[in-house]
Ligand binder design. Structure first.
Ligand code: SF4
Length: 310
């Protein structure tokens, strides 16, 4: 294996950011005060089966604060571990394009105009990217780079129905095409070890994504959080979660099939400890990442090892 990604066996976000921005950037999680069609009654009112009450944005600040105030708070929170001065404004909680552009424009502009913010990253659903929103994102992308993170989780419709994702794969495909046309970077959020998915199912999701013009991926291990419907299934014994070694093996299968130029934004998960029901071994993220990097080395695994473009 060549040393193409520094000391990592995959194309890490850190490596990408240092290469393209010349320095490490730290993410500040923001809450734009929006809801989500899976929660407000448009498509459903109980959310995706795994989603916490905080809309998967449990590290974000309070939406009662202005964007500027949230950024100031976020900087204070990371001050002990980050001494640099450049950040990614990450609208993480709920669905961050689920509002009219008259609401979205001042919100995103407030983040993008902060001198220390180098990238605007927006987590959303592919069914919440209408023409006006796309045009706004395209406009912002000319000021500073905009990343759009799409919550796909899986390409398999059976699993998508079970987790109550609320849109078919064709909607994701259309959103990817539209974002690509607008020259906006796309990051796809996937979840590994969803109930009843096999290793082959997960690898199929990866090989499908290899055919798409995406720039980044999050490989997130399924977490069971307190108060979710997934917790009920878990406590009923309807599915099991992998041990750490089993997860490393699953992850290796996905990484080896992943296209080499796709940046890996996440390899485990990041749940607040007070909400985490399982798997509890994920709680010490630093330790998990260290062990995982060791595992990849020991088993001579690297991203794209089994990816053979036609
Ligand atoms: S995961 Fe996203 S789309 Fe699903 S309920 Fe939570 S905020 Fe809504």
């Amino acid at each position: 294996m060549t040393k193409r990604w520094g000391d990592k066996r995959y194309y890490s976000l850190d490596y990408y950011v240092k290469k393209h921005c010349g320095e490490k950037l730290y993410k500040i999680a923001l809450n734009g005060g929006m809801s989500c069609p899976n929660r407000d009654g448009l498509l459903g009112d109980r959310g995706c089966i795994f989603c916490s009450a905080g809309g998967s944005g449990d590290f974000a600040s309070s939406p009662a604060l202005s964007v500027h105030e949230q950024i100031v708070e976020g900087k204070k929170l990371v001050a002990r571990k980050y001494t640099g001065g450049s950040y990614i404004a990450y609208f993480q909680a709920y669905t961050n394009t689920y509002a009219p552009v008259t609401y979205l424009r001042p919100l995103f502009m407030a983040a993008i105009k902060e001198p220390d913010i180098k990238i605007l990253s927006i987590a959303t659903r592919p069914d919440c990217l209408g023409e006006e929103v796309l045009s706004l994102l395209s406009e912002l992308n000319k000021i500073k780079p905009v990343w759009v993170e799409l919550g796909l989780q899986t390409i398999h419709e059976g699993t998508a129905n079970f987790i109550r994702r609320g849109y078919p794969l064709a909607v994701f495909d259309r959103a990817v095409d539209a974002l690509h046309k607008a020259d906006i970077d796309i990051i796809v959020h996937t979840i590994l070890s969803l109930p009843h998915e096999t290793r082959e199912d997960m690898q199929k999701t990866i090989t499908y994504l290899n055919t798409k013009p995406i720039q980044g991926i999050k490989l997130q291990l399924l977490h069971v959080l307190k108060g979710t419907d997934l917790e009920i299934h878990y406590r009923n014994g309807d599915f099991t979660l992998p041990t750490m070694d089993e997860y490393f093996s699953i992850l290796s299968g996905c990484l080896t099939h992943l296209r080499e130029d796709i940046v890996v934004h996440r390899l485990t998960g990041d749940a607040p400890k007070h909400l985490l029901v399982a798997p509890l071994w994920t709680a010490d993220k630093r330790q998990v990442l260290n062990k995982m990097n060791h595992y990849l080395k020991e088993h001579d695994i690297w991203q794209g090892k089994e990816w053979f473009p036609s």
